[in-house]
Design a protein around this ligand. Structure first.
Ligand SMILES: Nc1nc2c(ncn2[C@@H]2O[C@H](COP(=O)(O)OP(=O)(O)O)[C@@H](O)[C@H]2O)c(=O)[nH]1
Ligand SMILES: [Mg+2]
Length: 195
């Protein structure tokens, strides 16, 4: 089964762990399996999602770089009640692009979901929905407002990243099939197998 690697990133305190725990075992702020692997079915197809909750190490840039290198998809979380955390995901995306773009086709979008968390704290909002939606439009990705506390909109975030990762697999496969040199190499290697 295809295992998708996905990193949950964002400032400390925005709810990265709370969202991950909510998704992994349906509870709020409780212990969960540290392997962070969950099997789920999206559009009637099963897959394994490996989630890297970048817990408590947000400030160590080199570690973040390593997480970015190892991940295929990204869930960028900010708190709807904290303007700073919204600015932070813009910097995080720049880091992702810097690290990922040399190895990726510029035309292929990096699987990414923007998450505005703590939607239950209505009175404390600092970011309104249109700002998040505008950013998503700009980045050609999706935007969800969630609450790990009430479990609102958590599952759709992870289903969305799986769909994007699948689309990415498909684009990569189509590009490989298009490359004539690769096809030749493949045919050659097939001959070797017969010998
Ligand atoms: N009201 C509310 N509080 C939340 C929510 N998610 C997380 N929190 C609170 O924010 C704190 C930090 O959450 P945590 O998951 O540890 O953030 P992390 O540092 O990004 O992993 C928690 O102690 C919760 O009290 C949410 O959806 N709603
Ligand atoms: Mg955490």
């Amino acid at each position: 089964m295809r295992v998708f690697q996905c990193a949950v990133m964002g400032s400390g305190g925005v709810g990265k762990s709370a969202i991950t725990v909510r998704f992994m075992n349906g509870s709020y702020l409780e212990w969960y399996d540290p392997t962070n692997r969950k099997q789920l079915s999206v559009d009637d197809q099963p897959c394994l999602l490996e989630i890297l909750d970048t817990a408590g190490i947000d400030q160590y840039l080199t570690l973040n770089d390593m997480f970015i290198r190892e991940s295929e998809g990204f869930i960028l979380v900010f708190s709807l009640c904290q303007r700073d955390s919204f600015d932070e995901i813009i910097r995080t995306r720049e880091a992702i692009q810097r690290i990922k773009s040399p190895e990726m086709n510029q035309d292929v979008p990096i699987p990414l979901v923007i998450v505005g968390n703590k939607s239950d704290l209505l009175d404390e909002r600092e970011i309104d929905s249109t700002e998040g939606e505008k950013l998503a439009l700009n980045w050609n990705c999706t935007y969800y407002e969630t609450s790990a506390r009430t479990a609102s909109n958590i599952v759709p975030v992870f289903e969305d990243i799986v769909r994007q990762l699948r689309r990415n697999d498909l684009i990569k496969k189509q590009e490989r099939d298009k490359d004539p040199n690769r096809r030749k190499r493949r045919l050659k290697s097939k001959k070797c197998v017969i010998l």
